[in-house]
Design a binder for this molecule. Sequence first.
Ligand SMILES: [Zn+2]
Length: 101
Amino acid sequence: MSHTLFHHLCVALRTLVLKLILIALWLLVFLVGFFFWHEFQSPFNFALGLPLMLLGATMGIASFWEIFVSLFSWRWSREHCPFCSQPEEIKDILSTQDGFK
Ligand SMILES: [Zn+2]
């Protein structure tokens, strides 16, 4: 089955919804880190807050980037396509089994 524009739009929409939820969660992690860093002046809270802020910011940007990739990369959306991926996997399994014979 070939990857069509309909598939591409489905993958882009699904990625958009999932990643927006993830971005909201990572933003929450970032805000918790910021809260620890900002509200308490002890170095222990700084050591806890800064990694949380870095983690939240990095993963949030990564999720944001994946939304862009899903919209503009045909290859990425084909690799993550739920309609196309199943037959490809079965084909891969069959070809590797032939290789072992
Ligand atoms: Zn597809």
